[in-house]
Design a binder for this molecule. Structure first.
Ligand code: GDP
Ligand code: GDP
Length: 464
């Protein structure tokens, strides 16, 4: 296993931008070693990272916190020079919520002189909080920054897209013909990364074993499944078309030895969900038909959507459900009421024991991934925009109308839209919600988490 040398990716950036958080996120070790205390010198840390199947060695450079500001450039150069040796890619991390600092610019200047390809990572970009910084970041000259939230796991797929062309020479299975940069439409035949989450006893292990067709997960490390493995490759044959679809089943509690998850059950189910969600495109939240919907389930659903993943709800143990149609409608209604973002989420009834509904569940997973990855054609988007503004024009506080000028889809997986306009500070949040809900319902995104940002069209390269 360890014979082949992994490509090396080095994380670089000034203190506090979230380098360690990103390292932990990608290396996925539960023992997180983020050190919030300034004055602690850290060594470089190495870890084997896996990002949606892309494997590399990650190096976290740190330890400048204790330096005098004057000595930073010098220290930085020394540290970074060492770690850049032999690196295939540098991840240059900035804090998208803060203005660029002189040190950011100094690092950028230095990095531009090096031979290593640089991916600019705008961290702390959860929600829309980081947009100002992201615009400014273009000016650093590394092209479009990849907006991520290391803390919340957002942007993982984008980071994958940015890294893959730079690393794929070393990897098997992921090499594809060169994609034009910025074209993030995924290959519909790419393996679908699926995670199954849910409360203890919902039936996750039973389901996973059923899907894999072997009772191999709970019986220890064998057949290539090691303790550290993060996903299992597997193929699903579509029952109607007979097509064989590759899938990846992402690490969940059910894939580990039962004994390990018996203690601290409730806490762990959320922690495990978080871990699995990082690596998944689609997450199945498994409910227990004999228990209905509980608060814990809503918490997990919320987490999935916050982290920008596509969600499906599967009600398990359907074989023993009492009053099935009443139960189904009850859960459907409770989901809609429990969480606004869950409106329209796909709900399927399954039995891990008998196998009922599982093909339907997997078909739904492919469908929801398609929506999650979809780029709305510009013409259709503009048509929707005009119609939405006509149906319900933006308000005119103080007699001056708020102008919304145009819309663009800046990203997919999850879909992200930016609307440019003026006097946006005066736009009520209810109007923003109206726009977001209309995008979701009118453009067919259902419960796929859609992000919407409002921006004033300032050119970051304009001198003020
Ligand atoms: P480093 O000094 O660059 O290694 O930064 P750390 O990883 O230690 O993070 C610095 C601080 O930023 C910590 O308090 C983190 O919790 C916080 N942080 C890291 N990533 C994010 C993020 O994506 N969003 C937010 N809001 N905070 C983050
Ligand atoms: P996990 O904790 O989520 O991994 O749940 P398990 O897979 O260990 O399942 C918990 C219990 O529910 C076990 O006793 C399973 O046999 C049972 N179970 C799982 N799926 C089904 C199902 O579809 N129908 C019925 N009747 N029981 C199930």
């Amino acid at each position: 296993m360890a014979a082949r040398k992994l490509p090396q990716v080095v994380i670089i950036g000034r203190p506090n931008v979230g380098k360690s958080t990103l390292f932990n996120r990608l290396v996925g070790k539960r023992v997180a070693l983020v050190d919030d205390q300034p004055g602690v010198t850290r060594d470089r840390r190495f870890g084997d990272a896996e990002l949606l199947g892309l494997k590399f060695q990650l190096v976290d450079t740190a330890g400048w916190e204790d330096d005098e500001p004057e000595s930073l450039p010098g220290r930085m150069r020394a540290q970074t020079e060492v770690s850049l040796k032999g690196a295939d890619v540098a991840l240059f991390v900035i804090d998208s919520r803060a203005d660029l600092t002189p040190l950011d610019r100094e690092i950028a200047r230095w990095l531009r002189q090096q031979d290593v390809p640089v991916v600019l990572v705008a961290n702390k970009a959860e929600g829309s909080s980081g947009d100002a910084g992201i615009m400014e970041a273009y000016a650093l000259g590394f092209g479009e920054p990849v907006a991520v939230s290391a803390e919340h796991g957002e942007g993982v797929a984008d980071l994958f897209q940015a890294l893959r062309p730079l690393l794929e020479k070393d990897e098997d299975g992921w090499a594809e013909p060169d994609e034009p940069k910025g074209d993030d439409e995924p290959d519909a035949n790419a393996p679908l990364s699926l995670a199954i989450v849910g409360r203890p006893n919902a039936g996750k292990s039973t389901l996973i074993n059923r899907l894999l067709g072997e009772d191999r997960l709970l019986t220890g490390p064998e057949a290539g499944i090691t303790r550290d493995s993060i996903s299992v490759d597997w193929e699903w044959t579509h029952p109607k078309s007979g097509e064989v679809r590759p899938m990846k089943l992402v690490d969940t509690a059910g894939m580990r030895k039962k004994a390990k998850v018996q203690d601290k059950l409730e806490r762990l189910s959320v922690a495990d969900a978080r871990h699995a969600i990082d690596y998944a495109e689609v997450v199945v939240l498994l409910l227990d038909a004999t228990r209905g919907l509980e608060v814990q389930d809503l918490k997990i659903a919320n987490l999935v959507l916050e982290e920008g993943r596509a969600l499906i709800v599967a009600i398990n143990k359907w074989d023993v459900a009492e009053n099935p149609s009443g139960l189904f409608n009850g859960i459907r209604a409770a989901l809609d009421e429990g969480l606004a973002q869950l409106k329209g989420v796909t709900v399927v009834a399954v039995s891990a024991l008998t196998g009922k509904g599982l093909d339907q569940m997997l078909s739904a997973a492919f469908e929801v991934r398609e929506a999650w990855s979809r780029r709305v054609p510009t013409a259709a988007l503009n048509r929707w925009f005009d119609h939405a503004l006509e149906t319900n024009p933006p308000p005119a506080p103080g007699g001056r109308r708020i102008k919304l000028r145009y819309i663009t889809q800046s990203n997919t997986r999850p879909p992200r839209f930016v609307i440019f306009g003026t006097r946006l500070d005066d736009l009520p949040s209810s109007y923003e919600r109206y726009l977001l809900n209309s995008i979701r319902s009118d453009l067919g995104f259902g419960a796929v988490p859609v992000r919407l940002t409002l921006k004033s069209p300032k050119n970051p390269f304009d001198k003020g």
